[in-house]
Design a protein around this ligand. Structure first.
Ligand SMILES: [Zn+2]
Length: 244
């Protein structure tokens, strides 16, 4: 019993020490608020929330932000690790990512995404902050999760000081078979999912209202879907508003 108490006390002391020793999350300026992260998990269709069938159809803008005003203020490059267990070519992954990134970039004057370069050491790194924006394949433990994107930045504080500073995307290669769904509709389309996920990297939030299902930022997908490869009206309105 005493041994357990001593162990608990040591753990508490160590954790307290770590918090005191590494106040990395605090912004020295004090005006941006704290460095935070948001993790978006993209699920397969089937989790759809039902809306009341008798409800009057609402006029919905069909776009949302990760945090109002939180966007890139400097253009950063990113790393693509094409390593995968399904024999997907580097060309498919890189071309899909380029197309996804261009879709968002082409809507605004600011260059949101820099160059994507292949780097076989790039890793999701558990969504930890490590100075690299990355895209890679791996395993996501949440059942039905197709992809996860973690975005770091200053999301609190005054809207003008909000800023994105890192993103990391992970595509689940254990539970889903990936490919080009225009060639094989049984596959989870690489470009379709990356266009949605990289929308989070740009500062966009998920949409869950069924009326917003045609949008790229709609929160669910399934095999064979390619409708998210192109942005829809709400996605375009949203990204223009964020980077205006
Ligand atoms: Zn999402």
């Amino acid at each position: 019993m005493n041994k357990i108490l001593v162990t608990v006390a040591i753990v508490v002391l160590v954790l307290t020490g770590l918090v005191l020793a590494f106040p990395l999350q605090a912004d020295p300026q004090g005006d941006k608020g704290s460095l935070e992260k948001i993790t978006f998990i993209h699920y397969k269709d089937g989790h759809i929330k039902q809306v009341n069938g008798n409800a009057k159809p609402a006029s919905i803008a069909c776009y949302g932000f990760l945090a109002k005003g939180a966007k890139w203020k400097t253009t950063e490059s990113y790393k693509i690790n094409p390593t995968n267990s399904q024999g997907l070519s580097q060309e498919l992954i890189v071309n899909s990512t380029d197309a996804a990134d261009a879709n968002w970039d082409n809507q605004v004057a600011f260059n949101i995404f820099g160059t994507g370069t292949v780097d076989y050491s790039a890793s999701y790194n558990n969504g930890n902050l490590d100075g690299n924006n990355t895209l890679s394949f791996g395993s996501i433990s949440n059942t039905g999760a197709i992809a996860v994107t973690t975005v770091w930045g200053y999301f609190g504080g005054p809207v003008q000081t909000r800023e994105l500073i890192e993103w990391d995307m992970l595509l689940d290669q254990v539970d889903f078979q990936w490919g080009d769904a225009t060639l094989d509709p049984t596959k989870m389309d690489v470009q379709n999912i990356i266009t949605h996920e990289i929308g989070h990297s740009a500062g966009m939030g998920d949409l869950y209202q069924i009326q917003c299902a045609p949008q790229t930022m709609y929160g669910y997908s399934t095999e064979g879907e390619t409708s998210k490869r192109d942005l829809d009206s709400g996605d375009i309105t949203g990204i223009k508003k964020l980077y205006s």
